[in-house]
Design a protein around this ligand. Structure first.
Ligand SMILES: NC(=O)c1ccc[n+]([C@@H]2O[C@H](COP(=O)([O-])OP(=O)(O)OC[C@H]3O[C@@H](n4cnc5c(N)ncnc54)[C@H](O)[C@@H]3O)[C@@H](O)[C@H]2O)c1
Length: 252
């Protein structure tokens, strides 16, 4: 089967949390399809990703940014505009896993950290990215939700709550900007092989695999493809929704 991939030539794409995992795969995919890519992360490993994309003929810049900090996010958007003149696509991908456990034993500092990065981080990315998109009259946001924002899972309070927040945040944002040429959606991945899932202990990983209808984890590129689709003109009638890419997990 031959699939024509959308071109992002001349478009500027910002990806938060792109030093590794799904964000890195997404940045590389957009760059391979012609985009100017800005890689924002707290992790200095983002520099090596940008350097490698550039070495392979792409256009990329790494920017140290913290999605929980408004000044940092405003600076990230400013650098994108200085670098390429616009913010055509913003992928709000940065996120962390949580220490699982029952709610009555929850460490509220950890709750706050998960919500700050996974939900407030998406809202702050949108706040500054959408200001630029409104000024330029077009744009597209893709946020990273999760299957755990769509279905329940025991022992997963903060992560599930933060990702369910992303699902409804994109609904509200999609409606707010629907008449301004700006589309806002989310992707809800199932379990994907990345540093985030590599960091889980063996029993949690075994449980994850047992629940996977396809009997395997996803690859970061399988999520990046969906993000690229939602950011492309092929998705011109899609806004305010969350698309699952989960190997059938939420069909169970
Ligand atoms: N891997 C999975 O199975 C899975 C499943 C569902 C959803 N997701 C979501 O996909 C996204 C990417 O996950 P991943 O598996 O690639 O994770 P990952 O840990 O491989 O990458 C996350 C990146 O976010 C960065 N980051 C963390 N805090 C940040 C901050 N405050 N500011 C900027 N960057 C920050 C990290 O440095 C890292 O590079 C996350 O939002 C995650 O919740 C992942």
């Amino acid at each position: 089967m031959s699939l024509q991939k959308a071109s992002f030539a001349g478009r500027t794409v910002l990806v938060t949390g792109a030093a590794g995992g799904i964000g890195e795969a997404t940045a590389r995919m957009f760059a391979s399809r012609g985009a100017w890519v800005l890689i924002g992360d707290v992790n200095p490993a983002a520099e090596a990703v940008a350097a490698d994309i550039t070495k392979n003929g792409g256009r990329a810049l790494s920017v140290r940014c913290d999605v929980t900090n408004g000044e940092s996010m405003a600076g990230f958007i400013r650098q994108a505009v200085d670098f390429a003149g616009a913010v055509d696509v913003l992928v709000a991908n940065a996120g962390i896993a949580e220490h699982k456990g029952p709610i009555h034993e929850m460490d509220m500092d950890h709750w706050q950290q998960v919500v700050d990065i996974n939900l407030t981080g998406v809202a702050l990315s949108m706040k500054y990215g959408l200001k630029q998109m409104v000024d330029q009259g077009h744009g597209c946001v893709v946020a990273l939700g999760s299957i755990l924002g769509l279905v329940g899972q025991a022992q997963s309070a903060a992560y599930s709550a933060s990702k369910a927040g992303v699902t409804n945040l994109v609904r509200s944002a999609g409606l707010t900007y629907a008449r301004q040429g700006i589309r806002i959606n989310a992707v809800a991945p199932g379990y994907v092989q990345t540093p985030l899932t590599d960091g889980l202990d063996d029993s949690v990983r075994a449980q994850m695999l047992a629940r996977q209808p396809m009997g395997r984890l996803g690859h970061p590129e399988e999520i990046a493809e969906v993000i690229c689709f939602l950011a492309s003109d092929a998705a011109s009638f899609i806004t305010g929704t969350t698309v699952s890419a989960d190997g059938g997990y939420t069909a169970q």
